[in-house]
Structures are given as C-alpha cells and as structure tokens.
Design a protein around this ligand. Structure first.
Ligand code: HEM
Length: 467
C-alpha cells in the first residue's frame, strides 16, 4: 500500500510528544511541506491532518454513520460525561432534538437581555476616573460563565461560586492534554500527581454542577432541564456540564482575541466606536442592534478566522475511505485544523493581516472557514455565541477604550480550545461619549439625519429614527 506524505517517527511516539509539546508549530511546519494533507502514526493509530476544503468538508458533512468524534472529544467524556458534545449516533440525535428549543431564534432576544444585565454589572464595577487595568480574558470567562448559567440553567452564580468553577475548570483543563494520550487509561492507574490533580479538579467541578442541577427549578422555562423531563440525574448533569463548559470559554476567548486585535489596530477600533455610537446613541445594546452592527460583526468574523477558539475538529472514520488514491483504514483519526485553513493564502489573501473589511466582499469557499464546525455536529450555540460576543463587545467599547500595556504579540495556548497563554492585560480608559443631540430624543427624523451626518454614521439616519 502506498504510504501517504507526512513526517516519520525517528523513535516510537516521537511525533506524539512533539504534538503534545507544541501542536501549532507542528501543524504549521508540516503544512508548509505538505499543503493539502499529511499523515503520521501515533502508536497503533494513523492520523491525518486535512488542509484542503473538499477534504475538510468530507469529514464535517460526511454521512454521520461514517464518522464519530476524534480521540480528544471522546476522551473529554472523563470530564464532560455523555452530553451533546460527546454523544454519538442515535443518542446524539436525541440529545440534539431535546436541546434544540433552547437555541431557537425566538429565545435569543431574552438571552440578550440577560447578557446585557450581566455585562452592565461588570462595567459598573470598573467605574473609576482614570480607568482600570484588568486581565480581560479572566473577566470575559467570568462573564460568559455567569451568562450561560443564567440563560441555560436558570441559575445566578455568586462571585465565589464562579471563582470555584473557574479554578476547578482551569485545573481540569490544564491536565486535559494528558487525558488524550493513547495510553491515558494506563496512566490513570499510576500514582502520578498530574493524573491525581486532573481527577480531583474534575470531581470538584462535578460536585459544584451537581449542586446547581439539584437546586435548579425543573419547571423553569429558563432552564434546559425543563426540556429534559425524562432524563436521569446523570444525564441532566452531563448536559449541564457540557453547556457550561462548551458555552463559555470559547466565546470568552473570541471576545478577548477581538479586543486584542482592536488594541493593535487603532483605525479599526475607531471605526467600531463610530459605528457603536451611531447605532446605539448611548443606550444599552439589544438584540435588535445586532444586524446594524455590521463592522463589529466583521471584526468578530475576522477574529474567529485568525484566532479560532475551536482550533481543530477531529473525527474517527468508521468505514474505509480514500484520499487521492491513499487508503484510510477505519479507526484512523482525521483532523481538520481551523488554525491552518483560516490562515491559508490560497483561500484568504494576506492571511495574517487583520482586515475586517474582507468580510464585506468575501464568502469563503466551503470547507475553508468553519469556526463553528459543520454538518450534523455544527455548534448548537452558534447564534447564541455570535449575539453574545457582538453585544458584549458593543457595550464594553461604548464605555471604554482598550489599550494594550504589553505591545508584544500575543502568545496563544492550543489546548481543548485556543486561548491567550497568560491571559490578556488591558487598560480600559473611560470614553467620553459624543454628545447626544437633545433633538434626537424628540424622535424627529429630520434632526436624526443631522446627527447621523455629524458623526459620519455609515448607516445613515434610518436606524436612528427608530425604524
Ligand atoms: C465563539 C464561540 C464558539 C465556538 C467557536 C464554538 C465552536 C464549536 C465547534 C467547532 C463545534 C463542533 C465540534 C465538532 O464538530 O467536533 C461546537 C460544538 C458545540 N458547541 Fe460550540 N462554539 C462556541 C460557542 C458555543 C456556545 C455559546 C454554546 C452553548 C451555549 C456551545 C455549545 C456547543 C455544543 C453543545 C456543541 C456540540 C454540538 C453537537 O455535537 O451536536 N458552543 N462548537
């Protein structure tokens, strides 16, 4: 059988350790040598990294019975149980149908209100004459956790509880890389500190979420538990854990990366501020503003391209496949790395430049851009996450101008998600909002037009007149 192109192990498991140590460099170096796909062995298993759109499409949208999740997500069952993210086959379909109503479009405006209530409380805490310096990543993680707990579990988390969840999660995720090693089951039996730490933080997290589920009102329409009347306690726990974890870190990372990119691109930041002032006129954003915040939405898109919080999707094939004449045996691991595809000059001109305006003209080729995955396993929270990120960024940048005290390039860490390696220090200086014309309040379309013209509002006066 012809051997596929790709790196070779010079000693057993060499590549596995390389991937563990620095996955992004490993992928970048090999895709420079093998632009469409490359393959290697990890113990008994063959792994393929696919970096051509028709191939990534194949695994994202291929028949669901031909693929299941890759090793990382399967192993994440030790942390997440058997919820929507990790379930397979018929069970996945049942979970998806049960939870779908919580993500219907008509639920999002209500969620947007909660998102803004939680954001206002945070912005209020930052009030001070000269501004504040914060670890924005930590703040966004706390905020997104509070939002997902209130919207999907109907629970307000105290700051202490948020902190406990954050700490336990951080420790559990810190140990996550070892849990995806092929011989993790063996490691678990050994008295290793790293394994014990992982397991104790996981147990702590499970205990907290178990309490949240017990306290939740099962009838409350604000809780996904009301959608699962026949679920066992364990199933409820698995769903709650999955949504809490899948639904907060990814969005928090995206918002942090967006502020980082805007901090490095003052003209884009000025354009965002102008749009926010023009659309919001000083009021708190609502879900109705989302379509109008076009440039900010492009900023989010460009952020998800350059720093995709889900940086790689993995699958295992259950049937034999063929890639350009190479045979792919069942049980192989197939990886579609957003990190590489989104930065490939064949699909994105000047791929390393931050250019939000590219999204005005560009609709990327299918399979070249997939921050939320695709096919039957596409992110169920995509609409939720987009609304959340845009409204929170709008509320934040309306009130504060971010500057980066440390001008160096951001170091990222590619674990279960892509995140800033050491958080992100940001100085937030209160903005002076442009004066609101008292005549604007009179609801007179004529005067609104003047205000729009005065600020150079790119969307004209239509929205300002409340239409
Ligand atoms: C910017 C934010 C987010 C990004 C980039 C993101 C990305 C993704 C990706 C790539 C997948 C597919 C994984 C795969 O195919 O293996 C996924 C699945 C999923 N996401 Fe998200 N996600 C985000 C926000 C959210 C939010 C806010 C929630 C819930 C509130 C959520 C819940 C889920 C769940 C439950 C799945 C599994 C869906 C299934 O298998 O049917 N995500 N996400």
């Amino acid at each position: 059988m012809r051997k596929p192109p790709g790196p070779k192990n010079r000693y057993p498991l060499e590549i596995l350790f390389k991937v563990q140590r620095d996955p992004l460099s490993f992928f970048e170096q090999n895709s420079a040598l093998y632009p469409d796909y490359f393959s290697w062995t990890a113990g008994p298993q063959r792994v393929w990294a696919l970096t051509r759109p028709d191939l990534t499409q194949k695994i994202l949208t291929g028949h669901p019975t031909h693929f299941e999740k890759g090793r990382a997500l399967q192993r994440s069952r030790v942390l997440l149980g058997n919820g929507l993210l990790t379930a397979e086959g018929e069970e996945h379909l049942q979970h998806r149908r049960a939870l779908q109503p919580a993500f219907r479009k008509d639920r999002i405006p209500r969620y947007a209100e909660v998102m803004m209530e939680e954001t206002s409380s945070l912005l209020h805490l930052w009030q001070g004459s000269d501004g504040v310096e914060v670890d924005l990543h930590q703040e966004m993680m706390d905020l997104a956790l509070a939002i997902v707990a209130r919207t999907l579990l109907g629970q307000s988390l105290s700051p202490a509880l948020r902190n406990d969840i954050g700490v336990a999660l951080e420790r559990a995720l810190g140990g996550f890389r070892i849990s995806i090693l092929p011989f993790f089951d063996l490691l678990r039996k050994l008295p290793l500190k790293v394994v014990r730490d992982f397991e104790s933080s996981r147990d702590q997290l499970h205990n907290i979420v178990r309490k949240l589920v017990q306290q939740a009102d099962p009838q409350s329409p604000d809780s996904i538990l009301s959608l699962l009347p026949d679920a066992t306690h364990q199933q409820k726990l698995d769903h709650a854990l999955t949504l809490l974890l899948a639904g907060h870190e990814t969005t928090a990372n995206a918002m942090t990366f967006a502020v980082y990119l805007l901090g490095r691109h003052p003209s884009a930041l000025a354009q965002v501020e102008n749009e926010i002032d023009c659309v919001l006129q000083g009021r708190t954003p609502t879900s109705g503003d989302y379509p109008e915040l076009k440039f900010l939405r492009n900023v989010l898109e460009e952020t998800l391209r350059l720093f995709p919080p889900a940086w790689m999707v993995g699958r295992k094939n259950l049937v034999p496949l063929e890639i350009d004449g190479y045979q792919v045996k069942p049980g192989s691991i197939l990886l579609a790395p957003q990190w590489l595809m989104h930065r490939d000059s064949r699909y994105f001109p000047s791929p390393h430049s931050f250019r939000p305006e590219r999204w005005e003209a560009q609709t990327p080729e299918k399979g070249a851009y997939f921050p939320f995955g695709g096919g039957t396993r596409v992110c169920i929270g995509e609409g939720f996450a987009r609304m959340e990120a845009v409204l929170i960024l709008a509320a934040l940048l309306q009130k504060y101008r971010p500057t980066l005290p440390c001008p160096d390039e951001l170091e990222v860490y590619a674990g279960i998600t892509l995140r800033p390696k050491d958080g992100l220090r940001v100085k937030l200086t209160p903005r002076t909002l442009p004066k609101r014309s008292p005549r604007y309040n009179s609801n007179s379309p004529g005067e609104d037009l003047k205000y729009g013209a005065h600020t150079g509002c790119p969307i004209g006066a239509g929205r300002l007149s409340g239409s």
